[in-house]
Structure formats: C-alpha cells, structure tokens
Design a protein around this ligand. Structure first.
Ligand code: TYD
Length: 231
C-alpha cells in the first residue's frame, strides 16, 4: 500500500475505575477512527497477547502481594508493547487500548499504595525508554466510586479488584487525577456519571477537536488518508 516508511500511528488509551463505563465506548471509538480511513488495532491490558492474557487471569483471580501484582502487570505490558503496540505504531496503525500504565499508577500506586518511584522505573524499562512510550491521548472516564459501584453490582461476579471497597476506588480515582494533573496535554477527563449518550457526546467532542479534520470515509471507494497527514 504505502511504499515508503509509514508515519507513526497514534496511541489512544481508555482509563477509569471499574464501573465507569469506558469499555462500552471502545467499539464506537474504533468505528469513528476507521470511518476516517485509519487502520486501527483494538486491544486491552492486562492482556493483548497470549502470554499477557495468561498473566491477566492470574492478576485478576490469584491472591498475591502488591509487588507481585505490579511486576505481573508490567510483565504483561512488556510483552504487549513488544509484540503488538510498538510494531503497530511503527507500521502507521492506530492503537486503541482499554487501559495502560495509568491503570498501574492508579490501582497499584493509588489503590494498593505501591511505591510510585518504583512504578516509574518499571514504566521506563518496560516502555522502551527513556523516554517511555506514552499514549497520544488518554480518555479518562471519571465517575464517583459510589456511582461506579452501583453499576458494577448490577453486572457480574467481581474479580480481585472489583471486590474492593469504596475507599480503594476513591484512592484509584485520586491516582488517575494525579496522573492527569501531571500530563494535562495527554489526558482528556470525561464526566462519566451521566448516561452513555451524554458520555459519548464528550468522547466525540474530544475526537473531533483532535482529529475531526480527517475526512469521513463513508463510501469505501476513496483513498485512505495517510496517518502521516494527521496533526
Ligand atoms: P478491566 O479493564 O476493568 O476489564 P473488565 O471490564 O473485563 O473487568 O479489568 C482489568 C482490571 O485490572 C481492573 O480492575 C484494573 C486492573 N489493572 C490493574 O490493577 N493494573 C493495571 O496496570 C491494569 C492495566 C489493570
């Protein structure tokens, strides 16, 4: 398709406490990007490769201490970055990922109280730094812990994280707020307490502001815009 070296793809992550509703927007965001002629890979963390999905099962269901938990989520991330994320971005493919390293700072750092300096070291090692590979845009679906808990209760049996109390999720939320404050250009905070439609309108506004200049690609006949043309 492209004979020359492809421009780097964009890396978009979705974050928020369990029950904030982020995952329900994943497909719509994927479709919005694809309609602009972009190639998009949708993936998740922990997970995204066979090894990382195996580690995910352990992290979500086996008892373990905070250090083991942190090492496992970063081990899963290492494999995911090496096998999927970095190669896709290098090919000009956009990567849409349900959670990434901000979740480690929020859950292991904020929720569990794990040392943030050590998390930063792991981030640099695992994300091919310095400087560490970072998302271009992080959509933070922010909702109060009580709202998210009520949504979760309606859905299913909780895993090791979902079973935590409201105070844990208050700390996770504060962990996200700290990461957002440290990288305001990368983070877009969305008020996720409202209806799915109300949240989607906010997502759309962020996408339009960044990449709305890309032509909508509805007839399937025209050429795809090069990701290199994107601001
Ligand atoms: P989640 O993304 O919410 O998936 P699902 O919608 O299937 O429940 O679940 C992943 C859980 O893993 C979530 O509770 C947060 C946790 N997690 C961490 O604790 N650290 C991390 O670095 C990541 C990526 C996730």
């Amino acid at each position: 398709m492209n004979a020359g070296r492809a421009a780097r793809g964009r890396f978009i992550t979705l974050e928020g406490i369990d029950g904030a509703g982020k995952s329900s927007h994943l497909q719509s965001i994927h479709d919005w990007l694809q309609a602009r002629g972009l190639q998009v890979v949708t993936t998740r963390e922990p997970g995204g490769t066979p090894l990382a999905e195996t580690l995910r099962e352990l992290v979500l269901h086996q008892p373990m201490d905070a250090l083991t938990e942190a090492l496992l989520v970063f081990a899963a991330r290492r494999d995911h970055v090496q096998q999927v994320i970095a190669p896709a971005l290098a090919r000009g493919v956009w990567v849409l990922c349900d959670r990434f390293t901000d979740a480690s700072f929020a859950y292991q750092g904020g929720g569990r109280g794990f040392d943030l300096g050590l998390l930063q070291t792991l981030e640099t090692w695992v994300q091919q730094g310095p400087p560490a590979l970072q998302p271009d845009l992080t959509l933070w679906f922010d909702a109060p812990a009580a709202t998210a808990a009520a949504r979760r209760a309606a859905v299913r049996t909780p895993d090791r994280f979902e079973a935590q109390d409201e105070a844990f999720f208050d700390r996770v939320r504060a962990g996200y707020a700290a990461r957002a404050a440290a990288a305001p250009g990368r983070f877009a905070r969305l008020d996720a307490a409202g209806s799915r439609e109300a949240v989607w309108q906010q997502v759309l506004a962020v996408l339009q502001a960044r990449w709305g200049g890309l032509h909508a690609h509805t007839d399937g006949a025209g050429p795809s815009p090069s990701p290199g043309a994107v601001p």
